[in-house]
Ligand binder design. Structure first.
Ligand SMILES: NCc1[nH]cc(CCC(=O)O)c1CC(=O)O
Ligand SMILES: [Mg+2]
Length: 326
């Protein structure tokens, strides 16, 4: 009799036949950067996540590197006074993101540093671009700003720039500018299929853009959650324009998209387990409704769906757990 339970009988054979494996090398740790020194702030809607000033962040990065996590993704928390309609602070070479990149590369040079290329932390209205009088985000004018921001990150020493804004054509423009300025080896991780999702709420609290958005949404540039074929077109364009890696975001509700993208293109494909997914799981765990085992199960799900790596606020927790062999 064909008994599929036979191999499940013992731990040794369950391990031998496991089809997928999660390792620390699959993880990218998103971190929030504060101005000042010795600053550490909790994020209420993301229990366990802290915003850190650069000095504390550098120390944290040493721990992250020692755990075998390949890279961090930086998200600056911009003071309200530095926000404007045209988001000029985004390409300030002395900006928070730029200074954080330099500090990390100086102390932990082998840790990959990924920067967020998008204007929302720097606009007074919280949108990811420059708006017209009606509040519509202008595509090509925004691209000019994104190019300046990406070049500024590259000058600071960023290994990877990650445009998360969903303007059409920005990958091509950024790639061209990087090449023209001698940054031939700066990688682009494109947020290619980024959906207009309600799962980003806690992140907007963390970077302080929720208040600026005033309940507004990003539906005129981020994708409609109803769509799947459109994600394939978005990814195809970004690869053609010069992306080295592509991303699907959010994560768990969009694993079907991760699988389709991986099958269709076979390029390095990442998924972002976003703030709302983190908050949901942490809330249930804190209430005793779920155990922490859901964390590792959720991360393995990304591997099974075909992701090469996962951006997750659980990266440090997961790497520690993998190291201790649990
Ligand atoms: N450029 C904005 C950006 N970059 C990363 C996230 C969300 C990440 C998360 O929720 O964890 C967002 C939010 C948004 O689009 O409003
Ligand atoms: Mg696109």
């Amino acid at each position: 009799m064909r008994r599929l339970r036979r191999l499940r009988r013992h731990d040794f054979s369950r391990r031998l036949v496991a089809e997928n494996q999660l390792t620390a090398a699959d993880l990218i740790y998103p971190v929030f950067v504060l101005p000042g020194t010795q600053q550490r702030e909790a994020v209420a809607s993301m229990p366990g996540v802290e915003r850190l000033s650069i000095d504390l962040l550098v120390a944290e990065c040493q721990t992250i590197y020692a755990l075998g996590i390949p890279a961090v993704a930086l998200f600056p928390v911009t003071p309200a006074a530095a926000k404007s309609l045209a988001a000029e602070a985004a390409w300030d070479d002395e900006g928070l993101a730029q200074r954080a990149v330099r500090a990390i590369k100086e102390t932990v040079p082998d840790l990959g540093v990924i920067t967020d290329v998008a204007l929302d932390p720097f606009t007074s209205h919280g949108q990811d671009g420059i708006i017209d009088d009606d509040g519509y985000v202008l595509n090509d004018i925004t691209i000019d700003a994104l190019v300046k921001q990406a070049l500024s990150h590259a000058r600071a020493g960023a290994d990877v720039v990650a445009p998360s804004d969903m303007m059409d054509g920005r990958i091509g423009a950024i790639r061209e500018a990087l090449e023209a300025n001698g940054f031939h080896n700066v990688q682009i991780m494109a947020y290619s299929a980024k959906y207009a999702s309600a799962f980003y709420g806690p992140f907007r609290d963390a970077v302080g853009s929720a208040g600026n958005l005033k309940g507004g949404n990003k539906k005129t540039y981020q994708m409609d959650p109803a769509n799947s074929n459109e994600a394939i077109h978005e990814v195809a364009l970004d690869i053609e324009e010069g992306a080295d890696m592509v991303m699907v975001k959010p994560g768990m509700p969009y694993l079907d998209i991760v699988r389709r993208v991986k099958d269709e293109f076979q390029v390095p494909t990442f998924a972002y387990q976003v703030s709302g997914e983190y908050a949901m799981m942490q809330a249930a765990i804190a209430n005793g409704w779920l155990t922490e085992d859901v964390i590792m199960e959720s991360l393995l799900g990304f591997k099974r769906a075909g992701a090469d790596g996962i951006l997750t606020y659980f990266a440090k927790y997961a790497a520690e757990r993998l190291q201790s062999g649990q």
